[in-house]
Write a protein that binds this ligand. Structure first.
Ligand SMILES: Cc1ncc(COP(=O)(O)O)c(C=O)c1O
Length: 443
């Protein structure tokens, strides 16, 4: 077999086969142009925003959907609506985009992190209960990469301790858990519509809930903290709570509505690509695609694989060093591999320094428990999250219109790299890479 591309060989994957995301149709363009011709670009109750809210609510099977201008805003609106106050604690996984925890800090609440389940990389449901204190108010699981968190035990714990459950469904439009859609699996849910997401608007987010009271509170905080009055009524300009301008704009919402109309077809193509990779990459010793448990439907927002060099007798190199070398070798072969984050959220400086707003707030607040004021976030408290980062990476371009032809090249590149493991190990010894803050391991 030919030389690896890292050693000057010919790359496997033809670059011209890779198509960008999102695939934009004439119908999408016409939808946005229609808004521009209409000339109404914004407003909380205009045609596109209300259309998207109604259509997404129907798609998810939720009573209410509230469109906002980012997934982060949607999360913040949920956290606020669920009544999180200064010093209140919210339990959330150590593996996520940090906006999940940020939404808690935005309400002056305190994120308390769990480790992840080593199989699904979602919140470890056995790591929740012992973290509950008299200040805990909510659990905020993440449907990581689109795979739903194990919601039954999470809801059972929440019920036992009278906690709210907020789904971070930013990556999970169209995901399902035991026959129900992500978005109606807890008290509230937050979706992201940013340009990378399976359901994009450019930027945007959606809150879903079946609870009318929570919906009204989310709506109020997203509109400056004012009561949202019926269209055509006189605005009172009388803020009642801390609020923000989280409105989206009509062009983005029109684009998203147009995309939603063919969303299931696109998801079908994405799923076919990822299932093919699951099947083929799963045959390579030492490579493990993320398993999808029975009863779960993932949106496959991101496609993740993990490497287990020790299972193929490679113990002379640390799994992290091995993974970096394989990743680099695959990239040179033309496989678009990348890391989605590289450290547990509590390893980020804002947590190590315990300072979000200056003066150590919110952790220094007298509303926090003494334990929270004294606590230190330590990445080593989340060993399974650290291990997941060591041995895993994501493969990009698994979305349509890319198809099985491209996936076949990806698989061929994996085989090429795994057939040259001596070269990969040799190469691994030359790599220097950044380490996570306070990382003490020798790799
Ligand atoms: C898990 C998760 N939560 C929250 C967000 C925040 O969404 P947005 O970028 O739309 O603010 C994202 C997306 O980037 C995400 O992946």
């Amino acid at each position: 077999m030919s030389k690896l591309a890292i050693n000057g060989g010919q790359p496997v994957v033809p670059a011209e086969l890779k198509k960008p995301w999102p695939p934009i149709t004439q119908e999408d363009i016409d939808s946005v142009v229609k808004v521009l011709k209409r000339g109404v670009l914004w407003g909380p109750m205009e045609e596109e925003v209300t259309g998207l809210q109604n259509e997404f609510a129907a798609y998810i099977g939720a009573k209410h959907a509230l469109v906002v201008n980012s997934g982060t805003a949607a999360l913040h609106a949920c956290v606020c609506a669920c009544g999180i106050e200064p010093g209140d604690e919210v339990i959330t996984p150590a593996y996520s985009f940090w906006a999940t925890a940020q939404s808690v800090l935005a309400q002056n609440g305190i994120p308390i992190f769990t480790d992840i389940d080593p199989e699904t990389y979602n919140m470890d449901v056995n790591d929740i209960e012992h973290r509950i204190t008299d200040r805990t108010r909510a659990i905020l699981p993440v449907h990581t990469h689109g795979l739903p968190a194990d919601m039954d035990p999470i809801n059972a714990i929440a019920k036992k301790y009278n906690l709210k459950v907020i789904e971070d469904a930013a990556q999970a439009a169209g995901s399902r858990y035991k026959g129900r859609n992500a978005g109606v699996l807890g008290d509230m849910a937050a979706f992201s519509l940013n340009g990378s997401k399976n359901l994009p608007a450019g930027e945007g987010g959606i809150v879903t809930t079946n609870d009318s009271e929570l919906y009204e509170r989310a709506r109020k905080m997203s509109m400056f903290g004012e009561n949202v009055i019926p269209k055509g009524s006189i605005r009172l300009y009388d803020a009642q709570i801390m609020g923000f301008n989280y409105r989206n704009n009509e062009m983005a919402d029109a684009f998203c509505r147009s995309f939603l109309r063919r969303y299931d077809t696109l998801q079908g193509q994405r799923t076919a690509n990822c299932e093919y990779l699951n099947q083929e990459l799963g045959k390579i010793a030492g490579v493990k695609p993320l398993p999808i448990p029975d009863g779960y439907v993932t949106s496959y927002h991101l496609y993740k694989v993990s490497l287990y060099p020790e299972k193929i007798g490679i113990t002379s190199v640390h799994p992290k060093r091995f993974r970096w070398a394989v990743q680099k070798a695959l990239r040179e072969e033309g496989v678009p591999v990348f890391e989605w984050h590289n450290m547990p959220v509590p390893a980020q400086k804002i947590f190590l320094n315990k300072d979000a707003y200056g003066k150590g707030a919110p952790w220094s607040s007298s509303y926090c428990s003494e334990a929270v004021r004294q606590m230190k976030y330590d990445p080593n408290d989340y060993p399974r999250t650290v291990d997941m980062f060591d041995r895993s990476f994501c493969i990009d371009d698994i979305y349509p219109p890319n198809d099985l032809q491209l996936m076949q090249y990806f698989v061929e590149a994996f085989h090429k790299v795994f057939n040259h493991l001596d070269e990969v190990i040799e190469f691994s010894r030359t790599i220097t890479f950044p380490t996570m803050p306070e990382e003490k391991r020798i790799i």
